[in-house]
Design a binder for this molecule. Structure first.
Ligand code: MN
Length: 480
């Protein structure tokens, strides 16, 4: 039987703030000694009162706006009750029926589906839990992470294929970084994905009668592996006539294999109720408008600008994946003639040179005018690509810092392409004359022209214009 997946994503993002979500203790917990970033609020001690973090809420609002969401201008926090050892209060402060953002969308691209909008159901604010560290016979608890601000983004189950999921996961991570909402460092657990997946027969409408959730997926590549694993596991069950169990599953390694964790709770099980210690929030029109105006150019906008400037789609997509690369290309925005070529180098040759030099994008090219000059020389047919490559390497190694230095080097090393046919004709005549079989061989096989062009290139150390060289070699051979 032919199945298709119905997939939604939930993403938890740690918002970048100095202090925790509901208290003033440092949120910069990563790598710190266990239980050194704690206070009565994050430990849930009796009588401790939460005070919401304004910056975290601002991050949540800005992300909601960037995801084209409506904003609940009247909103509140709710308690989500459940017991877990690393949840010291016995409940998580979250948002239930009035999420900060709702009804948004994010466009995704895939070869199979073209460009489509994935609907965003909600964007809400909550707090992170602590961490359980399991040793042989005991479990240790570290509450440093407890109370770190978390933004949760929930999509509708709109994804049609794994490419769209991959695109969405990456685009969301870029948006979060462009906004400065989070560094979204996956290795530090700052962005975690949760996959909701169920299968239906191809062509069937409506949602399947069950849903499997896979929690705490820490990387985009693992997300893809989990997707493939679950697709196979569920289709095998369905093929046998069974319905997969509605449950929460987890991963234990990077293979994508999932394990049953618990049968899924319903919202009722959490006994949500309004958080009595935090008054409702109200966002004014002016405040929302101000935040909206403060949004930077987002990845899609930057990409479209690059495409308009003549950069290829794939190249533009690679560039916007890295903020330092975007900043690099910004320097050349007022150079429309060379910009597409610089974009190509940026994702190719320059990326390799940067890796070798161990330098940052910001100081890779000390004088942008020199890079522009290299492209112009190549475009004018004055240097060939080998010369350009060699000079580019020298540029990164900071062998020249001024246009004058570059030009005198080119002159001294005689790197300009020779299109001067008098000089080339003399050389070519000499080369052909030295080969007594030239006439006979040319009569048998006119492609022998390329052999002599090769000789000529060698004689000029590659500085002859290949087109000019081919034309005049042919002329000489014909006249023999
Ligand atoms: Mn959550």
């Amino acid at each position: 039987m032919n199945y298709e997946a119905v997939v939604g994503l939930e993403i938890h993002i740690q918002a970048k703030t100095k202090s925790k979500m509901f208290s003033s203790v440092s949120a910069d917990y990563f790598g710190k000694a266990p239980n050194s970033c704690v206070d009565p609020v994050s430990l849930g001690l009796p009588g401790a009162l939460p005070v919401p973090n304004k910056k975290a809420i601002e991050h949540c609002l800005r992300l909601s706006l960037a995801l084209n969401c409506q904003i609940n201008q009247e909103t509140k926090f709710d308690r989500k009750n459940y017991f877990y050892p690393d949840l010291p209060k016995g409940y998580q402060i979250s948002q239930y029926d009035q999420p900060i953002g709702f009804d948004g969308f994010l466009p995704v691209e895939s070869k199979a589906g073209g460009a489509r909008k994935i609907r965003i159901r909600r964007v809400h604010m909550e707090e992170d839990t602590g961490k359980s560290i399991h040793e042989d016979t005991r479990t240790l608890l570290d509450f440093n992470k407890a109370g770190v601000p978390l933004i949760e983004v929930v999509t509708e189950p709109d994804f049609l294929n794994s490419e769209e999921i991959d695109f969405f996961a990456k685009r969301l991570r870029q948006i979060v970084r462009y906004l400065g909402v989070s560094d979204a460092d996956m290795e530090k657990g700052q962005m975690r994905y949760e996959l909701n997946i169920s299968l239906r027969q191809k062509g069937e409408e409506g949602y399947p009668p069950y849903k499997v959730e896979v929690k705490n997926i820490g990387s985009i590549s693992l997300l893809q592996k989990v997707l493939a694993y679950e697709f196979k596991r569920q289709s095998e069950l369905l093929a046998k006539g069974e319905t997969p169990v509605q449950e929460t599953r987890g991963t234990r390694d990077m293979t994508g294999k999932t394990y049953s964790q618990r049968v899924k709770e319903e919202a009722d099980d959490y006994r949500y109720f309004p958080e009595p210690d935090i008054p409702p929030l109200h966002f004014t029109d002016e405040y929302i408008a101000e935040l909206k105006a403060s949004l930077p150019a987002l990845p899609e906008e930057v990409k479209q600008d690059l495409i308009k400037a003549g950069v290829a789609n794939e190249t533009a997509e690679t560039i916007i994946g890295s903020i330092p690369k975007v900043k690099f290309i910004e320097t050349y925005r007022d150079q429309p003639k060379v910009l597409p070529e610089i974009a190509k180098l940026l994702v190719g040759e320059l990326t390799v040179l940067k890796q070798n030099s161990k330098r940052n994008w910001g100081d890779l090219i000390t004088n942008p005018k020199l890079l522009v000059k290299l492209i112009e020389l190549k475009q004018a047919g004055q240097i060939n690509s080998n010369t350009q490559k060699a000079l580019l390497t020298m540029l990164v190694e900071a062998k020249f810092s001024t246009l004058g230095e570059l030009q005198s080097y080119i002159e001294a090393k005689n790197l300009l392409i020779k299109s001067d046919s008098n000089e080339l004709t003399a050389l070519a005549t000499e080369i052909i004359a030295a080969d007594p079989t030239a006439k006979e061989r040319y009569a048998k096989n006119p492609k022998i022209v390329m052999f002599f062009v090769g000789q000529l290139m060698k004689a000029t150390k590659g500085s002859a214009n290949p087109q000019v060289a081919a034309e005049l070699v042919e002329k000489i051979l014909q006249s023999l």
